[in-house]
Design a protein around this ligand. Structure first.
Ligand code: KIV
Ligand code: NA
Length: 265
């Protein structure tokens, strides 16, 4: 089984083969997702929400991202693994950005890092890339900037923000990023970016005209229940399945149905 590389992803774009990407934060889930054949696994800072129960992605630390990264990388044989640089570890200071990225690469053995932003963080992007670390960009809705946006609504609907997104995407490609995630933007803009750029564009709520799609694993499996944006297709209702199984266990314990004769020593 050949490991997915950044080179392979660019070949997929050339061939017109769409790229599948999902998040994972732990060994057991990453193993299943990888064995199912997904192309890219993202150790997203959405771990802050789905793993740690925070309202935003801001509180998660580099040490915590590394913990998740180590667990995921141990499980993955085929997918390319990218780890999010968390809030506060790469903005404003490219030296700190490089150190953060180096820690991720050394301590997790992941294949790449991802970070949010365009022109604001381009020095950090250059510096990380100069150390030979592959970088995935992230534009559009950037959850680490939620306090600036003030809302999780669709981004770049206005011309000025759309133009800024386009120029940021060009900047990231010129710098040498191997791919860009576009989150929650009009489908028309997503398609335009994907057509203009040579590097793969992975969308989440960016329409069907991009080069691949990413979802948060807990959302697409229906483990999370409250969160229901338009772009989220639920492939399962695992919340109901889990609650059902747990309910059955409780009942069996209470009624002393479990353990039975064959389930004891
Ligand atoms: O952290 C995350 O899960 C992400 C994806 C939604 C792209 O950044
Ligand atoms: Na993220």
């Amino acid at each position: 089984m050949k490991k997915v590389t950044t080179h392979r992803l660019s070949e997929m774009k050339l061939r017109g083969e769409k790229i599948s990407m999902l998040t994972a934060y732990d060994y057991s889930m990453a193993k299943l997702v990888d064995e199912a054949g997904v192309d890219v696994i993202l150790v997203g800072d959405s771990a802050s929400n789905v793993m740690a129960g925070n309202e935003t992605t801001l509180p998660i630390t580099l040490d915590q991202m590394i913990y998740h990264g180590v667990s995921v990388v141990k499980a993955v044989k085929r997918a390319l693994v990218a780890v999010d640089l968390p809030f506060g570890t790469y903005q404003g200071n490219s030296r700190e950005a490089l150190n953060s990225a180096i820690r991720i690469m050394k301590e997790t053995a992941a294949d790449a890092v991802k970070l949010e932003g365009g022109s604001e963080v381009i020095e950090s992007v250059h510096r990380i890339l100069s150390a030979g670390i592959p970088v995935m960009g992230h534009l559009g809705l950037m959850p680490q900037s939620i306090h600036k946006f003030g809302t999780y609504t669709v981004r770049a609907k206005e011309e000025a923000e759309a133009q800024k997104l386009l120029s940021d995407a060009r900047l990231l490609e010129e710098a040498g990023c191997f791919a860009i995630v576009l989150e929650k933007i009009p489908a028309k803009l997503g398609k335009q970016v994907a057509q203009e750029l040579k590097i793969p564009i992975i969308g989440i709520g960016a329409g069907s005209g991009v080069d691949g799609q990413v979802l948060v694993i807990h959302d697409m499996l229906g483990i999370t229940q409250q969160f229901s944006p338009r772009f989220l297709r639920r492939y399962h209702n695992l919340a109901a399945e889990i609650k059902g199984a747990v309910g059955n266990f409780i009942q069996d314990v209470k009624s002393v149905d479990f353990p039975n004769e064959k389930e004891q020593y």
